[in-house]
Design a binder for this molecule. Structure first.
Ligand SMILES: Cc1cc2nc3c(=O)[nH]c(=O)nc-3n(C[C@H](O)[C@H](O)[C@H](O)COP(=O)(O)OP(=O)(O)OC[C@H]3O[C@@H](n4cnc5c(N)ncnc54)[C@H](O)[C@@H]3O)c2cc1C
Length: 370
């Protein structure tokens, strides 16, 4: 007989794991299928910034509100996950400093001035707390709430805690096919077929094939990001430095994570010399001494992008048993807690804000982001 679960999840990155954790904690019988190893794809490539402000385009829109809501969920999660899994997700203090080199960049940043979470710091004051910064900056916007976490630690903590609440996690078990039978959904994997009442597709940039196989058009494509980490030989950075999609993040271990390139439609996950050179070039304009620091390692990951840069979170328009949580692009670490809560609430029948469901609905006609 096929083994039956309340909910099956495809994909063991931070998004699938957050969903598994939230549902198992709510008492659902959950199984998660991961094609390779948990958290070892895009999740492990991330810097871990919770950049609700740093990444936001409009500071009033739904995406910003959802980002802020997810950011604040981390406050409680870090305590709960520590207790439930024994893992410290390594939340940093300090937040992000968005640097301006020109008057135009300063004006753009100061559009956040009305937010109580934003503070403009002049060049002299920036240099006082971060003497490593380049001489020619005009100043920086400091957003203390945009802290960072260790992405793989968060994913592992969700995993351990989900298992503690009874979830089954099957690594090295790719899902081959989903069959929509009348009485239940049948999930065919390399180790057999399982059935479930509800299914969530959370397989990152690889979710595209499931949209297609389940009769939906979609716009999921990879945006490759290359990073390098170096051993910081100077004083630890008090804040993450951020400018024009380039960032330098201080890790507890003494390493600095420096990222990242943006290469649309590249599926290859090996970093290139040219990519790493470009990252170092940009980072050294922010912090010249970085060029002298010993390299730790280089890597690349595939951001799951959609045309409007917003994720798909919600139900299949024609089959309520199937849900999607994919396309988190540059913000999957930030949005993992709220995504887990939204999918949980949809499945257990708790209300979810209508405007959130509308913004992230499956089958929306996205405008192309420029
Ligand atoms: C360089 C870089 C820096 C980033 N920095 C940040 C940051 O600072 N802050 C932030 O919020 N976000 C950041 N991101 C984005 C973030 O990493 C992603 O949005 C997030 O990891 C997506 O998580 P996921 O679980 O959807 O995908 P993944 O982590 O890729 O997980 C999907 C999983 O599905 C599995 N899978 C695929 N097909 C199948 C199948 N058929 N059956 C079973 N399993 C399958 C895969 O093996 C994989 O483990 C960054 C990304 C990159 C590349």
């Amino acid at each position: 007989m096929k083994k039956h679960y309340d909910v099956a999840i495809i994909g063991g990155g931070i998004i699938g794991m957050s969903i598994a954790y939230h549902l198992a904690k709510a008492g659902k019988q959950v199984v998660l299928f991961e094609a390779s190893e948990v958290g070892k794809q895009t999740t492990s490539a991330a810097a871990g910034m919770l950049g609700a402000h740093a990444e936001g385009e409009g500071y009033e829109d739904t995406f910003f509100q959802v980002g802020r809501a997810s950011q604040s969920l981390y406050e409680k999660l870090k305590v709960d996950l520590r207790h439930e899994s024994g893992i410290d997700i390594r939340t940093s203090a300090g937040g992000i400093m968005k640097v301006a080199f020109t008057e135009e960049e300063k004006q753009a940043l100061c559009r956040m001035q009305h937010l109580s979470t934003f503070e403009w710091i002049d060049a002299g004051s920036v240099k006082k707390c971060m003497p490593q910064m380049a001489e020619n900056i005009l100043g920086a916007g400091l957003i203390k709430e945009d802290v960072h976490v260790e992405p793989y630690a968060v994913c592992r903590a969700f995993w351990k805690a989900a298992v503690m609440y009874g979830a089954e996690v099957k690594e090295c078990t790719p899902v081959i096919e989903v069959k929509r039978e009348k009485e239940a959904l049948a999930i065919r994997t390399t180790v057999g077929t399982f059935t479930c009442d509800d299914l969530t597709v959370a397989s990152g940039v690889w979710s595209g094939r499931f949209f297609e196989e389940l009769g939906l058009s979609h716009s999921l494509y990879p945006v490759k990001g290359e990073c390098v980490s170096v051993w910081n030989q100077g004083p630890a950075l008090e804040h993450t430095i951020y400018h024009d999609h380039c960032y330098i993040v201080q890790r507890d271990s003494g390493k600095l994570v420096v990222g990242a390139t943006m290469k649309p439609n590249e599926w290859q996950t090996v970093p290139t010399l040219g990519g790493i050179e470009a990252v170092i070039q940009k980072a050294s304009q922010l912090m010249p001494s970085i060029k002298e620091m010993p390299i730790d390692q280089c890597w690349a990951g595939l951001r799951p992008a959609t045309n409007d840069r917003h994720p798909y979170i919600g139900r299949h328009p024609e089959d309520q048993r199937i849900l999607f949580a994919a396309g988190h692009y540059r913000n999957g670490i930030l949005l993992a807690p709220i995504t887990g809560e939204i999918i949980r609430d949809l499945i257990i029948g708790k209300p979810v804000k209508k405007e959130w469901l509308h913004a992230f609905r499956i089958g929306r006609k996205e405008a192309l982001f420029v």
